[in-house]
Write a protein that binds this ligand. Structure first.
Ligand code: AR6
Length: 182
């Protein structure tokens, strides 16, 4: 039996959808993890993904650290691993910026989204779920992060058909709804 893998349709834009819920339950090709540079897990969405996805994710993260990023994954970058026991096929780990009042780090937050979509294209993922990167432990205000995330996805040239922002609570959902309308 032959299988044909189509190249990503570069030049296309993804449909953006919003959902209030838990990203670990999403039946998509890839879920994006709001990781830290160590790739060794943590709290928030990172903790939830590793808990529900099981040890296979951490194993692959360790290999990536050893082989490609001995000093850790730089902020604004992304790498992919298996999704282990999650419904998704892959986890794309990205490192968002820690919010700082004294410095505009929005380009790094935008980069998390464009680089994650680039990895999704390399994998052939058609549906990708993002959390609200940097808006938890890393302190990025939702009303600042949401428009950056939406604009980065809107302007990305990608073969991904659907980008689903999965927002954990009502406040995050509202911020993304306003950014999408704006
Ligand atoms: N599904 C969807 N969204 C979630 C979930 C979930 N299961 N759990 C939390 N959120 P955070 P960051 C939301 O802190 O700010 C970790 O320790 C949460 O409400 O997970 O990028 C890492 O290891 C918030 O809106 O990520 C890093 O050290 C959003 O996900 C650091 O936190 C992001 O919150 C990264 O901080």
């Amino acid at each position: 039996m032959h299988s044909l893998r189509c190249p990503p349709i570069i030049g296309a834009v993804a449909d953006i959808t919003l959902l209030q819920g838990d990203i670990t339950e999403q039946d998509v090709d890839a879920v994006v993890n709001a990781a830290n540079g160590s790739l060794m897990g943590g709290g928030g969405v990172d903790g939830a993904i590793h808990r529900r996805g099981g040890p296979a994710i951490l194993e692959e993260c360790k290999q990536i650290r050893e082989s490609r990023y001995p000093d850790g994954l730089p902020t604004g970058n992304a790498v992919a691993t298996t999704a282990g026991d999650l419904p998704a096929r892959w986890v794309i780990h990205t490192v968002g910026p820690v919010y700082a009042k004294s410095e505009d780090r929005s380009h790094l937050l935008a980069s998390c989204h464009t680089k994650s979509l680039r990895i999704a294209d390399e994998l052939g993922a058609l549906t990708v779920a993002f959390p609200a990167v940097s808006t938890g432990v890393y302190g990025y205000p939702l009303e600042l992060a949401a428009p950056v995330a939406i604009e980065a996805v809107r302007s990305a040239s990608t073969g991904v058909a659907e980008v689903r922002f999965v927002l954990f609570d009502g406040a995050a959902y509202q911020a993304f709804e306003e950014a999408l309308a704006g």
